[in-house]
Design a protein. Structure first.
Lengths: 318, 278
């Protein structure tokens, strides 16, 4: 069985590892240090962990001021609160100011399945990628989370990292290299190519394995960098496949599917279908049930792809 | 240490120059947020010409005191004082509000030396300044951070979040100055949304609070010379001021929050400030 890791712990521990080498790095939380993966950081560097209580707006402002004074704050909180409650602070104090602050949304997507719409985050990618100069990263396993944290720390400027809480299997090799604006073609396929991100990647890979067995030529691309997006890879794959299906635990409005569609509709308009949470308020239930409901489970993806490919083939025969 | 009569006279002359600079910019840009820019001139003059530890030749000097204009629309006052202090060539003032100007309608730290933060949307500056003050504490530096806000601005909830954090972290190197001119865009602050009582509110948030006449250099100097007012407490100075101060027709008139001058008004402004109308 593959190793499973809690993305929050991996994130927090990697920030801690970097902090051991770089005294400028601070961990920031708003009454959720433990569930943001900063428990070990707090223990190791209590004076470099800043707790701001329930003040996400001002916490962003404080992070900006700290960054303008030479610090590198890593601020992690529940996704809607760190992206949307304080959106204007992120926009003005971080991005427009170009402050060297890294923000991480955790328990993203449908993770807070029982807690409902207020805690689920289905719009964070849409709003974050609307900001000029913002890097938007959605890593898919422990190795990629560490790589994204390292790259974010090396870069001077604002970065948004989106992680979940579901334990993820590791599929990257230890020598994996991540760069901003680079996607990863995991396999190629003529019938359809599935483009996905974050915790959806391993599910999509498993679904693809099954689809191949059914005789469908399916490609898979992982997109850890939503902004900047890998235009080169998109253009190339759009010439090699009949349909692109984007798969995301996010609204179909403005997320990965939106980003891919915006680019391809202009550069090489092929059919792009967006699979994600439809443009309605999400519901509550177990995480597994929600994934089933929105066709984001392995079997949901398999069924969805079979239907799409069948329709395509039948439209040819007609 | 008290301020001397000579110092006061020098500061008064500088304040007059700053007001003249503002009129020069408004004439070039054909409009600007004049009311609030004029009300805070004495405070800004005292800060930059007798209190702030700063060096225009080295605007990013690590040990400098920081001044954040949270009420970014009062940028005419900031541009004016930075030019007067020598952060940039005064000739730039006539480019105010032109295409791609380094002096836009709200300050941008990437465009002009001496600007510490990109402000404009109200209620952001205290948190940014608080972060700078907190960094100073972490690094055991002795610089101070001054944040100037309007009395209308402090209706923003984010101001009070920042106020809580500042007192929690005992940031006695952080000084909020409220330019209380009692007016905002649509009229009297007490009618639009009453933000009083300022002293009681700031005190209850754990700040040491002092009320001064924001046009009196003796008062300003007395309040700001020996900070913090109390060790381990942030300081809030409530500066009572007159919106539009220095232009008789604009004083205490909310309609001059933003001013698009007529030729007649412009001439009057030049005469009142002892300038030659061109």
């Amino acid at each position: 069985m593959k190793e499973l890791n809690d993305p929050r712990k991996v994130f927090g521990n990697q920030v801690l590892e970097l902090a051991k080498q770089d005294p400028r790095i601070l961990a920031v939380s708003t009454d959720s240090s433990g569930s943001s993966g900063f428990g070990p950081f707090k223990e190791c560097f209590p004076e470099r962990h800043l707790e701001f209580g329930l003040t996400e707006q001002s916490a962003i402002g404080f992070c900006a001021g700290l960054a303008l004074s030479g610090k590198i704050p890593f601020f992690c909180a529940i996704t809607p609160f760190i992206t949307m409650r304080c959106f204007e602070q992120v926009r003005d104090d971080l991005v427009y100011t170009f402050a060297n602050v890294k923000i991480a949304g955790r328990n993203s997507g449908l993770d807070y399945s029982y807690l409902g719409y207020t805690h689920q985050s289905l719009e964070d990618i849409a709003v974050m990628r609307s900001l000029s100069n913002m890097k938007v990263l959605v890593p898919s396993d422990a190795i990629e989370i560490r790589a994204c944290v390292n790259e974010a720390a090396k870069y001077t400027g604002p970065v948004y990292i989106r992680i979940g809480s579901e334990k993820l299997p590791t599929f990257h090799q230890s020598d994996y290299h991540f760069s901003f604006g680079k996607g990863e073609a995991l396999q190629k396929g003529k019938d359809i190519t599935l483009i996905t991100m974050g915790g959806m990647v391993w599910r999509t890979m498993e679904a693809a394995e099954e689809l191949v067995k059914l005789g469908i030529e399916v490609g898979v691309i992982s997109m850890p960098s939503i902004k900047p997006l890998d235009y080169e890879l998109l253009l190339q794959v759009s010439k090699e496949t009949d349909i692109i299906l984007t798969i995301e635990d996010h609204s179909i409005v403005g997320g990965l599917g939106g980003a891919v569609s915006e680019f391809l509709s202009q550069e090489n308009p092929i059919r792009v279908v967006r699979l994600g949470v439809p443009d309605v308020f999400s519901t509550t239930g177990s995480y597994g049930d929600l994934l089933e409901k929105y066709h984001l489970s392995k079997s949901g993806i398999v069924d969805y792809v079979i239907n799409l490919v069948k329709k395509k083939k039948s439209s040819y025969s007609n | 240490m008290e301020i001397s009569d000579t110092q006061i006279n020098n500061l008064k002359q500088t304040a007059l120059n700053l007001r003249r600079n503002i009129i020069t910019m408004i004439q070039s840009g054909q409009g600007g947020h004049v009311g609030g820019s004029l009300s805070c001139i004495e405070v800004i003059t005292a800060l930059y010409f007798s209190l702030l530890r700063c060096n225009p030749q080295e605007p990013q000097w690590e040990d400098r005191d920081r001044f954040i204009l949270s009420a970014g629309h009062k940028c005419l006052a900031l541009y004016s004082v930075l030019a007067e202090k020598g952060y940039f060539d005064k000739k730039l003032l006539t480019t105010y509000d032109s295409l791609n100007s380094k002096l836009p309608g709200h300050p941008d730290r990437h465009k002009l030396p001496g600007v510490e933060a990109n402000t404009g949307s109200l209620g952001h500056g205290l948190a940014i300044g608080g972060g700078m003050a907190l960094a100073g504490k972490i690094d055991q530096k002795d610089y101070k951070v001054y944040v100037l806000m309007g009395d209308g601005e402090i209706a923003e909830g984010s101001v009070w979040e920042a106020a809580e954090i500042a007192s929690h972290y005992r940031l006695d190197n952080l000084i909020a100055i409220i330019d209380r001119n009692r007016l905002q865009i649509h009229g009297n602050t007490k009618d639009v949304l009453n933000t009083e009582s300022l002293t009681a509110k700031w005190s209850s948030f754990g700040w040491q609070t002092l009320e001064i006449d924001g046009h009196d250099f003796v008062d300003i100097f007395g309040a700001l010379k020996n900070l913090p007012l109390k060790k381990e407490c942030p300081t809030c100075i409530i500066a009572n001021t007159i919106k539009g101060k220095g232009l008789s027709f604009a004083e205490n008139n909310y309609k001059y929050h933003y001013w698009k001058p007529t030729d007649e008004e412009m001439k009057k402004a030049f005469i009142e400030l002892g300038m030659n109308y061109l």
